[in-house]
Design a protein around this ligand. Sequence first.
Ligand SMILES: [Zn+2]
Length: 167
Amino acid sequence: MGAVLRVDLLPTAPASSNITAMETTPDNSPENPTPNPEPVRCYCGLQVAYEECCGRWHTGPERLMAPDAEKLMRSRYSAFVLGLGDYLMDTWDPSTRPATLDLNEPRIRWLRLDVRGVDQIDENRATVDFVAFSQQRGRRMRLHEISRFERKDGKWFYLDPLSIKFN
Ligand SMILES: [Zn+2]
């Protein structure tokens, strides 16, 4: 009874409700099948198609040719997302590279990468400060690492973490 009385006291309510409903009805017309398309985005988070971003360094004629430490770092993150173990090994400095890399072992799902800064030490050495967000067995994890990179014979390699924090 109380609800009915309230509606009677607000005679304009039904009319304004109808207008709101019309305004929020999704546009399913053939001219506009996707009113809110997802922005194009690479796995590394840049608003560029994967093929034009990290994909260039993963496969094809420019494989392993990431032109700077940040692009290599981003391509390695994308390689973790895609499970490209060979790429991770090939871009890991031979002096610090593990003997094997089992990407399925920790069952990590990578969610997002934030590159916070790049320190170009000289032509062939740089550090990249980043945070990588992941989920493991339902638990959110945050990896904050400052990685060292070196360029040898024109190719950038991941060397090791200068600092690393998990939480
Ligand atoms: Zn990318």
